[in-house]
Design a protein around this ligand. Structure first.
Ligand SMILES: Nc1ncnc2c1ncn2[C@@H]1O[C@H](COP(=O)(O)OP(=O)(O)OP(=O)(O)O)[C@@H](O)[C@H]1O
Length: 269
C-alpha cells in the first residue's frame, strides 16, 4: 500500500479550496461548451459532476487540469490562481487527473507506465547523473519501490512485467490511477472511471477511491453511473448546456425536475 505520509505541499491559505473555478467560459468557435460555470471542491470532499452528454463536463475538467485554456474566468488550485498556466504547474500544485479513455504506452511494461507518473526525480537532469550518481540510483530505487506498492494497491502487481497493451479497459483505468498516484496528488479528478469496466474491477475501483478519500485526498468525479456516484459522493453538481444547473445530495438531485428535464433533452444547448 502506498504511503500517505509524504510531505504536504505549501498552500497560500489553510482554508483554501483544493479547486475553485469561477465564471469559467470556454468557446469552441461559436459554441460555449462551458458557459459561465462556477464550481468548488472542498477539502477532503468527494464531489460528483454529472450531466447529460455534451453538457461540458470533460471540457470543464480540461480547463481545471490545464489541458485547455479558458476563454475567461478564474481557476484556483489550493488558493493559487492557475488559469494562465499549463498542466505541469497543476501537477506541481498537487492535482492529478485521469482520462475517460486511458492511453498507456502500449509497448512499455505496466511497471514502466506507472514510473512515468513520477515527478522531480534527480535522473531527469542528466548532469546529476555525473555529479550525484548515488542520489540518482537511490531515487530510482525509491521510485520503483513506490510504483510497485501502487501496483499492489490497484491489484495489478502480477502484471508488472507485461506490456500495457495486454490490459483490459478496466485494468487500464487501474493502471492510470496508479500512474497519477506516483506524483502523490492531494486532489484527484476522475473522468468516468466506471465507463466500460466490468463489475468486479468496478468494485475494486470504488474501494480504492474510497480508500484514497479516507486518507484525505479530495476527489472530483465525472460519472454517468449514478449508483457509483451515490456510493461515493455526498454532494453532486449538475451541469447542462455548459452551465451549473443544480447541486445537492445525489438522491435529491436525482428527483429535481430541472435535472430530469435536462437528461430528457429539455435544455437547449
Ligand atoms: N475540442 C473541441 N472542439 C469543438 N467542440 C468541442 C471540443 N470539445 C468539446 N466540444 C463540444 O463541447 C460540448 C461539450 O463537450 P464535453 O465533451 O465537454 O461534454 P461532456 O459533458 O463531457 O459529454 P459526455 O458526457 O458525452 O462526455 C459538446 O457540444 C462538444 O461537442
Amino acid at each position: 500500500m502506498p504511503s500517505a505520509a509524504d510531505a504536504p505541499r505549501p498552500t497560500s491559505s489553510a482554508a483554501a479550496m483544493p479547486v475553485e473555478a469561477r465564471d469559467l467560459v470556454r468557446r469552441f468557435g461559436g459554441l460555449r461548451a462551458v458557459d459561465g460555470m462556477s464550481i468548488a471542491l472542498r477539502q477532503g470532499e468527494m464531489l460528483g459532476l454529472i450531466g447529460p452528454n455534451g453538457a461540458g463536463k470533460t471540457t470543464l475538467f480540461n480547463l481545471i487540469a490545464g489541458s485547455l485554456k479558458p476563454t475567461s474566468g478564474s481557476i484556483q488550485i489550493s488558493g493559487e490562481e492557475v488559469s494562465g498556466e499549463g498542466p505541469e504547474r497543476r501537477i506541481a500544485h498537487g492535482l492529478g487527473r485521469t482520462f475517460q479513455i486511458p492511453r498507456p504506452f502500449p509497448e512499455m511494461t505496466v511497471l514502466e507506465n506507472v514510473l512515468t507518473g513520477g515527478q522531480s526525480q534527480a535522473g531527469e537532469h542528466i548532469w546529476r547523473n555525473f555529479l550525484q550518481p548515488g542520489r540518482v540510483a537511490a531515487e530510482e530505487k525509491a521510485a520503483v519501490d513506490r510504483a510497485r506498492s501502487l501496483l499492489d494497491f490497484v491489484t495489478l502487481s502480477g502484471l508488472e512485467d507485461e506490456p500495457a497493451r495486454v490490459l483490459s479497459g478496466g485494468q487500464r483505468k487501474l493502471l492510470e490511477l496508479a500512474r497519477i498516484l506516483m506524483a502523490d496528488p492531494e486532489t484527484i479528478l476522475l473522468d468516468e472511471p466506471a465507463a466500460g469496466v466490468n463489475p468486479t474491477l468496478l468494485e475494486i475501483i470504488i474501494d480504492r477511491v474510497l480508500d484514497l478519500n479516507a486518507r484525505g485526498k479530495s476527489v472530483l468525479l465525472i460519472e454517468h453511473n449514478m449508483d457509483m456516484v451515490a456510493r461515493l459522493c455526498g454532494r453532486v453538481v449538475v451541469m447542462a448546456a455548459g452551465r451549473h444547473l443544480a447541486e445537492g445530495p445525489p438522491a435529491e438531485v436525482a428527483r429535481n425536475p430541472a435535472v430530469i428535464e435536462a437528461y430528457l433533452g429539455g435544455v437547449a444547448a
